[in-house]
Design a protein around this ligand. Sequence first.
Ligand code: C2O
Length: 490
Amino acid sequence: MKLDRRTVLMQGAAAFALTLPGTQALAATRRNRIVTPILRRKIVTRPNIHSLALNDADLQAYRDAVKAMKALPASDARNWTKQAEIHNNFCPHRNWFFLPWHRAYLVAFERICRQLSGKHDFALPYWDWTANPQLPAAFADPNFNGQPNPLFDGNRSSQTVSIAAVWAGQSVISQIDNEPTFEAFASTKPASSGGAQPWRNPATEGLLESSPHDHVHTSISGDMGTFMSPLDPIFWLHHCNIDRIWDRWNRNGHANTTDTSWLDMTFTNHFVNAQGNPYTTKVSNNLNIGLLGYRYPPQFRIPPWYLALAVNFSKIPPVEKINPGALRIREPVAAAVRLNTEQIQRFDRLRSIKIAPRPTGAPPTGAAPVAPAAPVTRATSRVIAFIRDVPPPAKGNADVRVFVNMPNANAETPATDPHYAGGFTFFGTGQHGGHDHGTHSYMIDLTPALIALKEQPTDKIDLKLVAVPIAGVSSEGFEVKPGSIEIAIF
Ligand code: C2O
């Protein structure tokens, strides 16, 4: 059998099989694949950055690694800018390769950090922007211990930026945690599998990508607003949290797609191993984080009955007052969409979506305290708006909020309004990604808003799209102009 150097380095489990001959080696390899990762390789727990003191050993190892990577010559593939170029050149966004590609990218990066910091059990921290929306202190200060802080990035919109609850708050995350459909959770399958970079063909962003993922990027802005975003050391902690939410979704019993065009997609030489050599991996080798050598602290999902209560009583989180300031956001567009058979037919592939029946009655005993039990609205169907082919702002960036059946919504209508259904922003429209001047497509689940409004879905739903500025980011002259809006009832 042949094991190439890359396989051995990146999947250390099989390493000692090389010294054994013939069938014995094969058997050992097989055994090792199952047993070794558990017995021989320590599985590290990726920590919450907010649980770490400023002088914590993992945090210091991260500073050391970033500093070392910034000091490496550009001829070394582990060089800091080279690492960001991997993202710019290969990252899939707005399709279902988004999650596995970024998982593999983080695993490779974490191993480089171990190598360069010398801390061999280093685990990449995650930033839980739902529980702690403010940029972690360790990243915000230009200096640490009287030295330049390697985790600081002076290009951010501000060093005290806080991620708004409307994009990443608990009710948004609960809705994502409880999303039953892989493609609505994880972004959709590209229509085409051809082209030079088939893993990058555009599709429609799912809820995890369009809400918290994109908005953390664009709220921080600067490097984070572009495909060179890994230049900002917070990038890696942001994606660690996205990865954690995916793992939690799986652990809570939600299955990934079994489509072989997803499982077999191979990212050939996209990544770099700890020694600076190319590393190839495929989607199906990135679905079990224990085998990749890490885990997250135990995670719990907000149960569906709580979500149903939340939809009724507190779906819309408090959000800071919107201040359109002096920025010029033009009159928003309104779209009245009438469903017809043809539009519904177009969603055949997704029509198997069924909303999980929501249990009624009292919460289980011993559960976290919630609002008093009350009649729960049972959703019999889902209503999802597909907002397609939206051209991003020519310069700067903006958020877009989507209101249901509220024709007079405007930039000052708060997201706490019950007519608010969700929103999106434009990540990766940056100066760097030469290939990426295309339009963006999103899906917004209108169901919770329709339930909260006690409005039954009918054959006519009005959507109003309102552009609002992002604090500290220009959005000069931006108008929202989707190519089309389609509404599907499942
Ligand atoms: Cu490929 Cu959040 O970036």
